[in-house]
Unconditional design. Structure first.
Length: 211
């Protein structure tokens, strides 16, 4: 794997969104995760790897049939939560073909995470939609629900709090639509929901997550 990476880097086809490294500067490190999923949206399975460089520095790397692209990111999540990897999974979030890739950056009562997607032959960060509680991608007291309606892709980001008997959940839901290559907020609504109706807004509900 790393010999192939070095060869492609020498050929100037290694695209790192944050830092481009010469082949000789790429150390042998620990591959924590290897997942096969279509990231580019061309119908062909790609290889996704999470590579550990240090206790807090990682590389998320995608290998396609013709190129390798990756982003370095910082994560304290494994130490914060006692996990072995910051890998969150691959899932289809936006309207563009191909899976998005999630990595956890930190953990506490909830978790902060980043989403990466494939654009113009490179792996890049996807900006989070508007949210009622925490700016950026965050799971905990904030939940996500994706859906498609009339050919348009939407994402609801919620912050719901239960009453004393946990039978009614009150809070806000921000709705955004995928438009012009990013999420555009279109509404804010205050809600009071039963547990059954609130359930789709808890956690990350955008489809099957490939781990």
């Amino acid at each position: 794997m790393f010999r192939r990476l070095a060869a492609i880097a020498v050929g100037a086809s290694l695209a790192l969104s944050l830092t481009t490294l010469p082949a000789q500067a790429i150390p042998i490190t620990t591959v924590l995760n290897t997942v096969s999923v279509d990231v580019t949206g061309d119908g062909v399975v790609d290889t996704v790897e999470v590579i550990k460089y240090s206790d807090t520095k990682y590389l998320l790397q995608v290998t396609t049939a013709s190129r390798i692209s990756g982003v370095f990111f910082t994560s304290t999540f494994p130490g914060d939560w006692g996990e072995t990897s910051p890998w969150g999974g691959a899932v289809t979030i936006d309207k563009v073909k191909g899976a998005e890739l999630m990595v956890y950056n930190w953990g506490g009562d909830g978790v902060g995470f980043s989403v990466y997607t494939w654009r113009s032959n490179a792996l890049v960060s996807e900006k989070a939609p508007a949210a009622p509680l925490v700016k950026g991608w965050y799971l905990g007291a904030q939940g996500y629900r994706c859906f498609t309606s009339h050919g348009r892709r939407y994402i609801d980001v919620s912050n719901l709090v239960a009453n004393a008997s946990s039978t009614v959940w009150s809070g806000k839901i921000f709705r955004s639509v995928w438009s012009g290559g990013h999420w555009v907020k279109i509404s804010t609504r205050k809600v009071k929901l039963t547990t059954a109706k609130a359930d789709p807004y808890f956690g990350f509900n955008c489809g099957t997550i490939t781990k």
